[in-house]
Design a protein around this ligand. Structure first.
Ligand SMILES: *Cc1c(COP(=O)(O)O)cnc(C)c1O
Length: 321
């Protein structure tokens, strides 16, 4: 399904603008199908059990602008399966645009609801009707991280071919992309710091523990004997804003800076926040001009269309003087 290897993109104007390290972007937004993103690479592995097990429905449910719902709908079409989306009725479900529009175009059955219990009810009803329902969030869970061990191998070969040795990778990740990259780096013995930025507010130590736990299971599945500790996972839960899906000023500035220096699109929910964190670390001089950092662009750009107002005209303060 995925169009691999994805390009590695140099950003000289951005480096100059930030007066910082060399910046490379691993274009996981260019994985091919349906505007790409990291979920296409994850699905290469995690949907194998759905294909082998003859599941007829791929189900996903999250925020109305979920990238994973959009990719689930597109990939279901490609595999000749039905997609069902049980999404939330939220601030970005109307008008129908962005990812939600695309899910409609890909022919998903879409339910938008305020009731979190409705997903289970719908799954139970579909099963009773005789369908085999594969939940793309929870089924094949560890395989999604394994896909990014593969992603690391691909990136590492591209870097090696150009004799580049980055000091750090930055990625927006809840679990899988971050876990996969760390396991890949550890397995190859490559000393690169992998820095994960959360799309939702989380306590950093708790995130590190959670990811280390998933990573141990992934290493076991791959037959790798690695000593994995929470300290292997640098997680930042404080760039997400008040809640998942809210636009932050830092994230918005990052989207605009990337677009205006390199002609490249980020998104307001995931990659803008991670890139905002990277800009802050560069401004704090964590990385010097003779170093290289790689930003892993996980996709998400269709959400831009649902967040247009917040990106172009942020809430301005009223000055009464
Ligand atoms: C889903 C998503 C992520 C997080 O993916 P993980 O599987 O948790 O690593 C990051 N960025 C974008 C654009 C996404 O859609």
């Amino acid at each position: 399904m995925a169009d691999l290897p994805t390009p590695l993109f140099d950003c000289p104007r951005l480096s100059k603008e930030l007066d910082g390290p060399r910046i490379l972007i691993k274009r996981e937004d260019q994985t091919g199908i349906a505007f790409g993103g990291n979920k296409i690479r994850e699905f290469e592995y995690s949907l194998a059990p759905a294909v082998e097990g003859n599941y007829d429905i791929l189900l996903h449910g999250a925020a109305s602008q979920s990238n994973q719902s959009r990719v689930t709908a597109a990939v279901a079409a490609r595999l000749g399966k039905k997609a069902v989306m049980v999404g939330q009725r939220d601030d970005h479900s109307e008008p129908i645009t962005g990812n939600l529009l695309l899910s409609h175009i890909f022919g998903a059955d879409i339910y938008l609801t305020d009731n979190p219990g409705e997903k289970i009810e719908i799954i139970n009803r579909l099963r009773k009707e005789g369908h085999r329902v594969y939940n793309t969030s929870t089924d094949g869970y560890l395989l999604r991280s394994i896909a990014y061990v593969d992603g690391f191998l691909e990136l590492s070969k591209q870097l090696q071919d150009q004799d580049i040795h980055p000091a750090a990778l930055y990625v927006c990740s809840g679990v899988h992309t971050h876990v996969g990259l760390v396991i890949g780096a550890r397995a190859l013995g490559i000393p690169v710091e992998v820095i994960g930025i959360k799309p939702m507010p989380r306590e950093n130590e708790e995130s590190s523990r959670e990811l280390a736990c998933v990573a141990k299971k992934v290493a076991l599945m791959l037959d790798l004997s690695l000593q994995i500790n929470p300290a292997d996972f640098e997680c930042h839960g404080n760039y997400a804003g008040e809640a998942y899906g809210t636009v932050t000023e830092r994230g918005r500035d990052a989207v605009l800076l990337m677009a205006r220096t390199e002609g490249l699109l980020l998104d307001p929910v995931y990659t803008g926040k991670a890139f905002g964190a990277m800009i802050e670390h560069i401004r704090q001089k964590r990385w010097t001009k003779d170093q290289t950092v790689v930003f892993v662009h996980t996709g998400g750009t269709p959400a831009l269309f649902a967040y247009g107002d917040e990106i172009l005209s942020p809430k301005t303060e009223v000055n009464c003087d």
